[in-house]
Design a protein around this ligand. Structure first.
Ligand SMILES: CCCCCCCCCCCCCC(=O)SCCNC(=O)CCNC(=O)[C@H](O)C(C)(C)COP(=O)(O)OP(=O)(O)OC[C@H]1O[C@@H](n2cnc3c(N)ncnc32)[C@H](O)[C@@H]1OP(=O)(O)O
Ligand SMILES: CNCCCN(C)c1ncc(F)c(N2CC(C(=O)NCc3cnc4ccccn34)C2)n1
Length: 408
């Protein structure tokens, strides 16, 4: 009571000394505090535990709610997850856009090789069975700085609580429950990203956008006309050829997986954080699926694969716009180059994205992406993507160029 009283008297910005409620949940978790110093060597934060130390039963939910495992092969579960996210998932700060991950996309992103059936954790209203909360984990083999050490961990994503149930501390319960389900599988680390700042980012990447349909982007206020720019001038500036320009460019197919996997892993070795792709992973993640994932290889005269790029399809709902209701966005995913310069590969990705009627092509400034952002006319976005590790303290802050992994 007296703290609240004191906080009222002291202006918010400088009552941090009195701040007793900041990071109330995250301060209980094995993640670095915002102002922790860096240790000599990287390593786990928590005491080493065993699966048998982990509680067997799920965390308690408020009365009237129950846990469920989603099975995305079941159309009804898939519909419920799609509906929860399309109505309640990430929006920009001005609430103009909300992600619209499609059903096909969710099945692709959440059913990789080795997936566990209890890592798609949902919360339902007991009476109506309506899905009102969700969090997902998928298994990944991560390489962290030391090239020979592969850490089996989970990649967490799609944390979502129905808008009507916000600020009831449901997120910590979802996070603790997925942690329990991962620990039981003898895995103790996680990787995740978020637009929000929480303790404690290992790196902060920035979004960049390349206009493909500038007229629509300006109409929906995604972009704006520069002061001495006309619409005609802007459309000319961003115009792309009808056809691709790289000889030997063709869609990736599953038969390429045994060749592409080792080449992709080799390319990613230059970074300090990335995951190792099995041949099965490459088959799953890169087999083209319309309106989900687009992947291409460059094949030389003697049928050798020399280069690879991919982008994923993530539309956004345009909230309350009279003329447009969907922004079609393509996001740069994984690539490698051994013969064709990266900027030529991505230039061809732009040509293909335009051909598939995307409005914008987004990329982060991680991996070697800064090599092409300026030349291919990307502009910096307002979104930052914070990268996080759970239960792992790094010996240094990573620059985005040290990151070799893209989450959807
Ligand atoms: C070893 C295995 C470990 C596995 C787990 C690894 C960790 C995984 C971590 C999750 C990775 C997710 C990756 C993605 O999916 S990032 C995308 C997250 N989803 C959205 O932004 C969708 C729209 N928003 C919502 O649905 C809700 O606002 C959510 C569910 C996000 C919070 O619900 P609500 O707004 O009703 O709040 P609350 O009262 O329940 O809880 C408040 C507490 O929650 C902390 N909070 C708020 N937003 C986030 C966030 N994005 N990551 C982590 N923590 C977050 C907040 O700081 C506060 O804690 P503290 O400040 O008091 O300490
Ligand atoms: C945990 N998963 C990480 C990736 C999720 N991804 C794709 C994402 N995470 C945070 C962002 F900041 C972001 N941005 C793309 C940039 C952008 O396009 N901003 C305008 C915009 C259009 N639609 C939306 C929807 C929500 C937020 C901003 N939006 C900013 N993307």
């Amino acid at each position: 009571k007296e703290v609240q009283q004191a906080q009222q008297e002291v202006p918010a910005e400088n009552n941090t000394l009195l701040q007793t409620n900041q990071w109330q949940f995250w301060n209980t978790q094995p993640v670095p505090k915002m102002d922790d110093p860096f240790p000599e060597t990287s390593g786990p934060i928590d005491v080493i535990k065993k699966p048998e130390d982990i509680q067997k039963d799920p965390y308690n939910l408020p009365a009237g709610f129950e846990w469920c495992n989603l099975n995305l092969k079941n159309q009804d579960d898939l519909d419920q997850l799609y509906t929860l996210l399309v109505e309640n998932y990430v929006e920009d700060d001005d609430n103009m856009f909300r992600f619209d991950y499609s059903r096909e996309f969710l099945r692709w992103a959440l059913s990789p090789p080795g997936q566990y059936e209890d890592w798609l954790a949902g919360v339902r209203v007991t009476k109506t069975k309506k899905l009102v909360g969700f969090i997902s984990g998928i298994p990944v083999h991560m390489i962290l700085q030391k090239k020979e050490e592969v850490i089996k961990m989970t990649e967490i994503n799609f944390l979502c609580v129905n808008k009507k149930l916000r600020s009831k501390r449901l997120a910590p319960v979802l996070i603790k429950e997925i942690t329990r389900r991962v620990n039981i599988k003898n895995m103790w680390q996680a990787v995740y990203t978020a637009g929000v700042l929480i303790p404690k980012p290992i790196s902060i990447a920035q979004y960049f956008h390349r206009s493909l349909n500038p007229k629509k982007l300006i109409e929906i206020n995604f972009s704006s006309l520069g002061k001495n720019q006309t619409m005609a001038r802007v459309q000319k500036l961003y115009k792309l050829p009808e056809e691709t320009t790289i000889k030997g460019l063709r869609p990736f197919n599953k038969k390429d997986a045994p060749t592409v996997a080792p080449m992709l892993n080799k390319y990613l070795e230059q970074f300090d954080l990335y995951h190792k792709f099995s041949v099965e992973d490459v088959k799953h993640y890169f087999a083209p699926v319309d309106n989900v994932i687009y992947s291409y290889v460059v094949e030389s005269e003697d049928k050798k694969i020399t280069d690879f790029f991919s982008f994923y399809c993530l539309p956004s709902t345009i909230i309350n716009h009279p003329k447009h209701n969907q922004l079609r966005a393509a996001y740069s995913y994984y690539h490698f180059s051994t013969a064709t310069p990266l900027k030529d590969l991505i230039y061809n990705a732009l040509i293909l994205a335009k051909k598939y009627d995307f409005d914008v092509f987004n990329a982060l400034n991680l991996m070697e992406n800064t090599q092409f952002l300026d030349e291919l006319l990307f502009s910096p976005g307002d979104g930052n993507l914070h990268y996080y590790l759970y239960n792992w303290r790094l010996s240094e802050q990573f620059k985005p160029s040290q990151l070799g992994m893209v989450l959807v």
